[in-house]
Design a protein around this ligand. Structure first.
Ligand code: GLP
Length: 241
């Protein structure tokens, strides 16, 4: 896995936005895999600015998000659909009908099974953006003692993830305990992967992912098996490499 270390989180976001821009220049109808969480917000802000200046065009792009909380309707203020609308889609010229976020309501098992198929029918993901959890999770694929979760599925969230994400909710009790997520197989199918990590809290997970053994105890380590992954890190997140 290749990694690049920047002095600041802003450097990470700037570089990530350049990768998005170059992808769009190469392939105007690119399919993006997108992530939520705090880490990509600054990248999205820069994409909005580039789009507003007419430097990049999302008019033919499509996107698939990694995950959604179980039980949250798209218009729930804490849903990931809402997060994406607020932080990106409502401010760029993407066709919202071509932005997909897994549905957290209805028959979740069926939603998960269908999600892999919809992505396949779209021709697969050209550029998959990822954050990383403190425990190495990508999407909502949490550490597991036995196996990597290959297909899109409905998963339980670990206490540490519930704790980490409580900041987006009124209180910890409101954080859903389950989610629907693209599986690690789906992530590995993306043609190119861009993982962003900033801050000291991510240093252990990042070192495990890049240098450690490939183990389901650190789901991001499976990216070592992918041939085209770039990790953009700030100094703090890279401290243990
Ligand atoms: C959430 C998301 C992940 C994200 C992770 C890290 O749990 N499901 O996709 O990568 O949090 O978030 P942050 O960037 O806020 O640290």
């Amino acid at each position: 896995m290749r990694y690049f270390v920047f002095n600041t989180p802003e450097g990470v976001a700037e570089a990530a936005s350049m990768v998005f821009a170059s992808t769009l220049y190469q392939k105007p109808d690119a399919v993006f895999g997108l992530a939520t969480g705090s880490t990509p917000v600054d990248t999205y802000r820069r994409l909005i600015a580039l789009n507003a200046r007419g430097l990049i065009n999302f008019g033919r792009a499509r996107s698939f998000n990694l995950d959604e909380y179980a039980g949250l309707a798209p218009d729930h203020p804490c849903s990931y659909r809402r997060f994406m609308d607020d932080h990106l889609f409502d401010h760029i010229n993407i066709d919202k009908a071509l932005t997909f976020v897994p549905s957290g309501i209805g028959d979740l098992e069926q939603n998960a099974a269908e999600y892999d198929q919809i992505i396949e029918r779209a021709g697969g993901i050209d550029l998959q953006l990822l954050g990383i959890g403190h425990n190495g999770h990508i999407g909502f694929n949490e550490p597991d003692e036995r196996a990597f979760a290959y297909r899109a599925s409905v998963v339980g969230l670990t206490d540490s993830t519930i704790e980490a994400n409580a900041r987006f909710f009124a209180n910890r009790d409101e954080v859903p305990r389950r989610a629907i997520t693209l599986g690690l197989g789906g992530i590995l199918c993306a043609r190119r992967v861009l993982l962003l990590a900033t801050g000291a809290g991510k240093a252990r997970a990042v070192a495990g992912a890049i240098r450690g053994p490939v183990t389901p105890m650190n789901p991001a380590s499976i990216l070592q098996l992918h041939g085209d992954v770039q990790c953009l890190l700030d100094r703090e997140a890279a401290a243990l490499l």
